[in-house]
Design a protein around this ligand. Structure first.
Ligand SMILES: C[S@@+](CC[C@H](N)C(=O)[O-])C[C@H]1O[C@@H](n2cnc3c(N)ncnc32)[C@H](O)[C@@H]1O
Length: 277
């Protein structure tokens, strides 16, 4: 695992309050990578990632799902619509909570969804009540990941499943350049640490969750950052960012680093499907 001790939780919250609009313009309603099979448009690729994770974990019709780090509600709304399930979305950003709530009204699934603004690391949910714990690209922002995994496991019913997608530090040992790249990504995207694939596997195991499948999707997702770079250049978003809050938008300068990290193996993109036995 590679850590970046400068990251603070209050800064992560501000980042998502300030930047959600930028993400919406850059990526659409999902704040996560696209998963490409061929040359699909980026919005379709992002939707494909959500659908692929849903297929892999298996969402029971009408079941209960907790979506940790729900962003603008992209996954929660999709799961409620497609699988008729009840979803509790959790975000650290009050702005995102309001956005997701409005989006669910618009999408006609308000009754099946609730969005709460809470820190997932302090979140209290009734034990044994969820069929699926779902988290796409949020665990990177958590400070005590092993403890979060243990708490998440308690929210699941026996036989309940977990689906997590995460940016990963590449397999150890990394050379100095690789470690620096991962550190720069952590700093630029407000991640207190990035775990390796092996770290995640151990956290699942220690929480009493049995791994069903793991995927390394690095090659299928890395195009995301080429497209982000092009869009930033085309739209002049850098100039807009200057008048907003430069410190909050440092990530706009780190797209190339991420791409290099993926291309050199310093970083990976993983998906984990596990079960509470
Ligand atoms: C990269 S976005 C992913 C959003 C969403 N999963 C998606 O795929 O569209 C990361 C999300 O994690 C949330 N987040 C970060 N730290 C959190 C924390 N400690 N507790 C709850 N949510 C958190 C952010 O508010 C944001 O919604």
């Amino acid at each position: 695992m590679i850590s970046c001790p400068n990251v603070e939780k209050r800064v992560i919250r501000n980042h998502y309050n300030v930047s959600t609009l930028f993400y919406r313009l850059l990526w659409g309603r999902h704040i996560h990578h696209g998963l490409w099979n061929a040359d699909e448009p980026p919005e379709q690729a992002a939707q494909q990632l959500t659908e692929r994770v849903a297929d892999e974990v298996g969402i029971p019709e009408g079941g209960r799902v907790v979506d940790i780090g729900c962003g603008m509600g992209g996954s929660s709304i999709h799961l409620a619509q497609r699988h008729h399930c009840h979803v509790t979305g959790v975000t650290i950003s009050p702005f995102q909570q309001k956005w997701a709530t409005l989006a669910s009204w618009k999408a006609g699934v308000r009754r099946q969804t609730q969005f709460v603004c809470q820190d997932a690391e302090a979140l209290q949910l009734e034990p044994g009540t969820f069929d699926v714990a779902w988290s796409i690209e949020c665990t990177e922002h958590l400070f005590n990941k092993p403890e979060f995994f243990r708490r998440m496991a308690t929210w699941l019913k026996p036989g309940g499943r977990v689906a997590i997608c995460a940016w990963l530090s590449g397999d150890e040992p990394l050379d100095e350049t690789g470690r620096q790249m991962v550190y720069d990504v952590c700093e630029g995207f407000f991640c207190p640490s990035l775990g390796t694939m092996a770290d995640y596997e151990a956290w699942f195991r220690d929480a009493g969750l049995s791994m069903i499948r793991t995927f390394d999707w690095t090659d299928q997702v890395s195009k995301t950052w080429e497209i982000c770079e092009q869009r930033i250049r085309k739209t002049g978003m850098h100039s807009v960012a200057k008048v907003v809050d430069r410190g909050q938008l440092i990530f706009l300068d780190r797209f190339r680093t991420l791409l290099d990290a993926y291309n050199t193996g310093a970083m990976k993109y993983g998906c984990f499907i596990a079960e509470k036995t």
